[in-house]
Design a protein around this ligand. Structure first.
Ligand code: SAM
Length: 250
């Protein structure tokens, strides 16, 4: 049936496409995508051949109107290079325009690097804040981290390998005692999750320059002590659990 179908695609492992995504891609009339080569490869792998229309949020109004018009009478699938469209990827203007025109829009869930990284990290996830990419300029990056410092949830960022060192350095400067996780190459052969204080991660990635795609996560601020009594109780507990040899040294 006509309309816009937002279709999530894999973030690495091609097995992570859903049955429904394949069905929609097979049944649609055209696929709007960021990069026709990237999506062409995915469709070829699935044995599907469709007209591919390049689309991003910078596309001319004219191109978007063409897509909206098409979705009025035909089934148009929207995909991005990888993962869920719109999550730090294009599509939002197109969805908005379709909605404004009363064209049916539906979204097929699937892979998303932010969610996969959060799940793998083991960081608190009852609440989290997805903050997209950190700014590339030093000052803006620091300011954004300062702005996020008081937020009491895990922070999730998209990151690139060449910029990881700078981001970790800024986190070390602004949020030095946070539990940080680097989720790299999710769902791929060299998937890796490293967790620790910023200083430790900086040292590790200096010795082992990272490659590939990265989700960077910052755990919530350490719990504040409610009162001095709490602090005393914690201290007593810490001393009690020290080994006798350590305690003797105090
Ligand atoms: N819309 C996509 C999604 O749902 O995951 C994200 C697109 S965004 C332009 C690309 C960023 O996603 C990368 O720079 C990286 O931070 C993250 N990413 C994508 N695939 C990844 C993977 N396999 N492992 C780790 N991070 C990944």
């Amino acid at each position: 049936t006509p309309g816009l179908y937002i279709v999530a695609t894999p973030i690495g492992n091609l097995g992570d496409i859903t049955l429904r995504a394949i069905e929609v891609l097979r049944g649609c009339d055209a696929v709007a995508c960021e990069d026709t080569r990237v999506t062409g490869k995915l469709l070829k792998h699935l044995g599907i051949s469709k007209p591919l229309w390049r689309y991003d949020d910078h596309s001319e109004h004219r191109d978007r109107t063409k897509l909206v018009d098409a979705a009025r009478t035909r089934a148009v699938a929207l995909v991005s290079d990888a993962g869920t469209p719109m999550i730090s990827d294009p599509g939002y203007r197109l969805v908005n325009d379709c909605r404004a025109e009363g064209i049916p829009v539906t979204a097929l869930p699937g892979a998303c690097a932010a969610i996969t990284g959060l799940a793998l990290s083991g960081l608190p996830n009852d609440r989290f804040l997805f903050a997209g990419f950190l700014p590339s300029k030093d000052k803006a990056r620091r300011e954004m981290l300062e702005e996020l410092a008081s937020i009491d949830t895990t922070l999730v960022f998209y990151e690139t390998a060449p910029r990881l060192a700078k981001s970790l350095a800024a986190i070390e400067e602004v949020l030095p005692y946070r539990d940080v996780a680097v989720a790299r190459e999710l769902t791929k052969l060299h998937e890796e999750l490293r967790r620790g204080l910023p200083a430790g991660l900086i040292a590790y990635y200096e010795a082992n320059p990272p490659r590939g795609e990265i989700v960077l996560l910052v755990g919530p601020p350490p719990e504040e002590l409610a009162s001095e009594e709490d602090a005393d109780a914690l201290l007593v507990e810490a001393l009690r659990t020290l080994k006798p040899s350590q305690a003797a040294a105090q």
